[in-house]
Design a protein around this ligand. Sequence first.
Ligand SMILES: *[C@@H]1O[C@H](CO)[C@@H](O)[C@H](O)[C@H]1NC(C)=O
Ligand SMILES: *[C@@H]1O[C@H](CO)[C@@H](O)[C@H](O)[C@H]1NC(C)=O
Ligand SMILES: *[C@@H]1O[C@H](CO)[C@@H](O)[C@H](O)[C@H]1NC(C)=O
Ligand SMILES: *[C@@H]1O[C@H](CO)[C@@H](O)[C@H](O)[C@H]1NC(C)=O
Ligand SMILES: *[C@@H]1O[C@H](CO)[C@@H](O)[C@H](O)[C@H]1NC(C)=O
Ligand SMILES: *[C@@H]1O[C@H](CO)[C@@H](O)[C@H](O)[C@H]1NC(C)=O
Length: 783
Amino acid sequence: MKASTMKKKLVLSLLLMLLLPLLASCVERQVYIVYFGEHRGKKTFNEIEETHHSYLFSVKESEEEAKSSLLYSYKNSINGFAAVLTRHEASKLSELEEVVSVFRSKPGKYSLQTTRSWEFVGLEEGEKSKKLKKDDFWFKARYGKEVIVGLLDSGVWPESKSFSDEGMGPIPKSWRGICQNGDAFNSSNCNRKLIGARYYLKGYEQYYGPLNTSLDYKSPRDMDGHGTHTSSTVGGRTVPNASALGGFARGTASGGAPLAHLAMYKVCWAIPGQGKEDGNTCFAEDMLAAIDDAIGDGVHVISISIGTSQPTPYPKDGIAIGALHAIRNNIVVACSAGNSGPAPSTLSNPAPWIITVGASSVDRAFFAPLVLGNGMKIEGQTVTPYELKKKMYPLVYAAHVVAPKVPKNYIAGQCLPGSLSPKKARGKIVFCMRGNGTRVGKGEEVKRAGGVGFILGNSPDNGAELAADAHVLPATAVNSDNAIKILKYINFTKEPMAYIVPARTVLHSKPAPFMAAFTSKGPNTITPDILKPDITAPGLNILAAWSEASSPTKLASDHRVVKYNILSGTSMSCPHVAAAAALLKAIHPTWSSAAIRSALITSAGLKNNMGMPITDASGNPANPFQYGSGHFRPTKAADPGLVYDASYTDYLLLLCSSGLPNFDPSFKCPKLSPTTTTNNLNYPSLAISKLNGTVTVERTVTNVGDGKSVYFSSVKPPLGFSIKVSPPILFFSHMGEKKSFTITVKAESDGVGTVGKNGYRFGWFTWTDGVHIVRSPMAVSLA
Ligand SMILES: *[C@@H]1O[C@H](CO)[C@@H](O)[C@H](O)[C@H]1NC(C)=O
Ligand SMILES: *[C@@H]1O[C@H](CO)[C@@H](O)[C@H](O)[C@H]1NC(C)=O
Ligand SMILES: *[C@@H]1O[C@H](CO)[C@@H](O)[C@H](O)[C@H]1NC(C)=O
Ligand SMILES: *[C@@H]1O[C@H](CO)[C@@H](O)[C@H](O)[C@H]1NC(C)=O
Ligand SMILES: *[C@@H]1O[C@H](CO)[C@@H](O)[C@H](O)[C@H]1NC(C)=O
Ligand SMILES: *[C@@H]1O[C@H](CO)[C@@H](O)[C@H](O)[C@H]1NC(C)=O
């Protein structure tokens, strides 16, 4: 072959290699969501579906093809559909004026937000619920009676005692939902507690093919455990003497709103070919269908412990779109902030109409100290029920006992699957570092290699946060300082030895709360002028009900069955706040979702149980990019004094000024003056990104306390900035009265020197009448 022909051939094949994937992606049929905003005018469901069909027919070859490509036609509030389209068809539809956005549904984009670790336990909430019962607030809120909370999750285990309807009030007359039949589930599984249950699978099956029913139930029934956990956290009944394997934390189990009604919308499913401990997937088109139904069914609060690992612009974020429609229907929406911390800018669900919830610890620990051969005692935590015989065992670092052939990308010392040599690990306690892989999976690997026990060491990123896991062998987990101590001991000792003391439950541990290292952090990269997260709530080692079709670790090799289990994640903190919102809704049925959110935000606490500022997992002071306005205090939120209200239109105006496409094509953005900024959404906190000189923003507060009152402002300015609140005093003569004020933020002359470029500084502004403290966090950065 001549060199020139060879060259030509090479060029041709190179071209083909480059073009083929391009061509393939043009023809490749994917699920797209085509979103039109709100439904306008009165239309029947048939008329809506017909309209959606006609859009599809306009880009498809035939009527049949148009019909068969449609997965969902959203009809209650969301105007849009999900369909199988080529990229070309999708782009044609996106050119239509009435279309707000067209976006591809990406598999694996959304998942439930636990930190891939769990275990079982009896009950942590015992103490709390005793206190709550006496509490006037829960009484006033009638424990959430008549409020309906919908959850998007992995399903529910209806037989759990947490979902008993004994003594519950009747199903509210306003309820229009259903109890959908399916595998091992029918309407008999619903009752006056669990009043609705549906499942959404079309997007999942379009991508993965028919559901493998040994992985999950084709019904609202939960084969994972997560949905059972979150829904019992919101509204589980008071269950005395609940406990689990090992009897950890025996006590009374109770959800935050034990008399609220629950509705499960199952949208998250097992991923074929992947262990359940490694996660699950939830498709945007399935979630939109669920939210649209929840709106039509008549829920009052929606709790969504689902998110992305990356921030997503709102017009392409199924949860943000669905939540805006929920807000328009006066439904409160709480979402998890994500578990991608401690890196900054890692938030999911930062939309201004959502309550974005971070995660922090509770004051309960499971002490299982480690004793080293030199007599040193090291703190550790676990909830494994397995115990060592009381004697010292040889201790090794995983990196020193690796198998001969380990995949190159395996990081030494992390006990990834297949990495340990049984020859070297047998009979020993193995020390493993956190990093890649699941925590329980590391224990499984040590057990496989014949280790008798294992120690899980935190990396510096994990700090002092210890997630208590139900490991499959004797184990304990240690913080990063102690991990280094243990490594030193191993490195500098001839025959290192250790013993793990069996775990016991300890209450009133200090400090609590502290921020979980995994909780996702601000700033909000989608709308930087909205401070997120909003608030923090318990999300570390939370005990709640569990599916009996799953094991406490979710490992396939683990066959234990438990009724209650401990999980960690913003998935666990979100339902706490959803429960608080349900209680507030019961006390103040006429309040808007923005008013409820404002009450929660401005009443949050900043101190731990040692009377000191809340810290991060390493003991450093935490800031509003971790906890928003602080730790939620539902009792205080019931009587906030003032609220920052906002309407659906206010959110549309925010979208106008943020330059994002508007969600409602019928809404015409007003002409924006150059001074219009996204800061002016009447939000109960304030973020100013890239301040150049001075900015003045306006806020309006509504008096929700009794009648006559005088509120004084006070300010703790961010370092390097001056803050002026005007007027500094607000006089109210009656309940419901609104007063506006401005906040002027000015960079001080040496501001750049103090703050630096891109750095954020935090401060607070507060209104108080001597009884109520209405506190708002602020975050400011310089241009
Ligand atoms: C639901 O399923 C159970 C168990 O299979 C059955 O006994 C019951 O009759 C069913 N109920 C309805 C309403 O179909
Ligand atoms: C379904 O899942 C089970 C368990 O993972 C697996 O053994 C089986 O091969 C799967 N079936 C199909 C048809 O993929
Ligand atoms: C609680 O349950 C355990 C068994 O799970 C039982 O031994 C104990 O007596 C129970 N305690 C009460 C107060 O009912
Ligand atoms: C996890 O593994 C990837 C690649 O295998 C590596 O780049 C990354 O640093 C690892 N992360 C940790 C925390 O060890
Ligand atoms: C102990 O030795 C391992 C390598 O075997 C090394 O990675 C680690 O940094 C050492 N640690 C200390 C504290 O000496
Ligand atoms: C700040 O504002 C001044 C005056 O309006 C302008 O000249 C300057 O370019 C701005 N700087 C930045 C970084 O935007």
